[in-house]
Ligand binder design. Sequence first.
Ligand code: GTP
Ligand code: MG
Length: 605
Amino acid sequence: MQKIKNIAVIAHVDHGKTTLVDELLQQSGTFEAHQEVEERAMDSDAIEKERGITILSKNTAINYGDHKINIIDTPGHADFGGEVERVLKMVDGVLLLVDAQEGVMPQTKFVLKKAIAFGLIPVVVINKIDKSGAEPDRVMDEVFDLLVALDANEDQLEFPVLYAAARDGYAKWEMEDENKDMTPLFEAILEKVPYPKGSPDADTQAQVFTLDSDNFVGRIGITRIFNGKVKKGDEYLLVKADGSKSKSRISKLIGFKGLERIDIEEAEAGDIVAIAGFNDIDVGDSVCDPQNPVALDPMHVEEPTLSVIMSVNNGPLAGQEGKHVTSNKIKERLDKEMETNIAMRMEPMGDASFKVSGRGELQIGILAENMRREGFEFMLARPEVVTKEENGVKMEPFEHLVVDVPEEFQGVAIEKLGKRKANMTSLNPMPDGTVRLEFEIPARGLIGFRSEFLTDTKGEGIMNHSFLEYRPYSGTVESRTPGALVSMDNGEAVAFSIFNLQSRGVLFIKPQDKVYSGMVIGESARPGDLDVNPLKGKALTNMRTSGADEAIKLVTPRQITLESAMEWIEDDELVEITPESIRIRKKSLDPVVRKRLARDKKNAK
Ligand SMILES: Nc1nc2c(ncn2[C@@H]2O[C@H](COP(=O)(O)OP(=O)(O)OP(=O)(O)O)[C@@H](O)[C@H]2O)c(=O)[nH]1
Ligand SMILES: [Mg+2]
């Protein structure tokens, strides 16, 4: 039987997980000498590469001595926490990375809490010790305190600690040790991570934790084998979470080696392999012995906390830039997403609209970004938190928020967060002159906060949050104060009028951009919406001839991204998304209807 270790790499966003996996791949000699390997090789998806973040967890395998180590790289962003949750069940140990300067962050807590609950003993890696602001001792204390706070058992409190600079390719047991290579970390994995339980001679039990597809063989389930063997060509029973069963033959069995996948004939208990041949295979399904099927527990993933209404684009520019614009197409695409993305939900709402729920704006934003790249056109409404009822009490999600701000912005940050119903739990001066403030805040209060926070802190503030728990509903929270600049005409924006509008607020458009009546073209400097005309005035060429082009100095418009637009909009606004554009608009394009709605709203107050 092969000696196997299964580990997941977990951490807060950007603490160096994917970089560490690069080094483990390199230094285990898994790559051929001539093989060219990109940086952060596991971040293989286009959006992952562009943004430098991991979105989907992915697995790889390396050989080290006589051992095979299956490694699962996980995403650190809180919105993808569902990925981490399901992966933890598949492994026998975790490498918990913590940035030697940033220390314990919200998502460190979230992932460690899950790992502790699964009974895993973390191998703690204090990473980025090369940073000038690194304070490995302080961070080590923070990790220990966190484990105590999470009710870790005695074995877990005896966790091993290493100090590393993943990017520079070394890890060591003591800070005083020489910077050499990753050998100490390999040793730690072999020594401290237990071997998989289960027996190759027992009846087959495996569970799918990720899906993949292949043009030739169709759906592929990446599975962890807990007992018995899986063999290519043999028949197995697929048991779904709802108990339904179907029999099929494994048409292809795939093993992992570095970044490659290889066809194999057989694999046994403890290993991680991909199987093809089951058309309806899904995440969480059990692959069992047909004679004696014993399904594994279905996977638990925490429920979505945020939802957004996605609807068919019905604006005046609809259908001009996208390929897939109908409600049927959108539904088909969302259905497909829900099959693989177990942390998300979708519910048709009638009126060509769908409620899409996930863990946060980024998760929903990435889905929307993928859809627009595939040629879809649609609209998104303002995100809403998912509330629920417990014993007759309305509950809403709360988040754990950490903000790091230069001292001079501490006051404004505390004041603004207070208005959003945040409760401060700690305030610590950091060695680099910043202050670390921690809060518990209703998730609602965070919607739209980021842009305001960045403005207030002149771009120097850093905020991080992750899901804490559901708590009783906390009443109204404050939202965006500035109004919108709304176009009152259809056509192409004119430089001259944009120039004149600059004093009214911050514009989102540039000359020649298509605009329409009811489209939001900027953020007003004052509260309350303002109807403006971006088409008025002389054409730029006339200006030139009159020699006044000196005066036409256009400020660069504010770049609106999918997520920033989602965060910015109010209840009566929508984001229009096409493969080429992201526009913000009023829900009702008719100015008369808008005035009436505004009046009704005012009277209601
Ligand atoms: N100074 C320093 N930077 C590092 C080190 N390790 C990684 N980084 C940098 O930290 C950044 C984030 O690295 P990643 O490996 O993408 O981090 P990650 O934890 O995988 O991030 P997510 O998957 O998005 O959560 C990159 O710019 C790396 O180059 C290190 O040891 N020292
Ligand atoms: Mg990563």
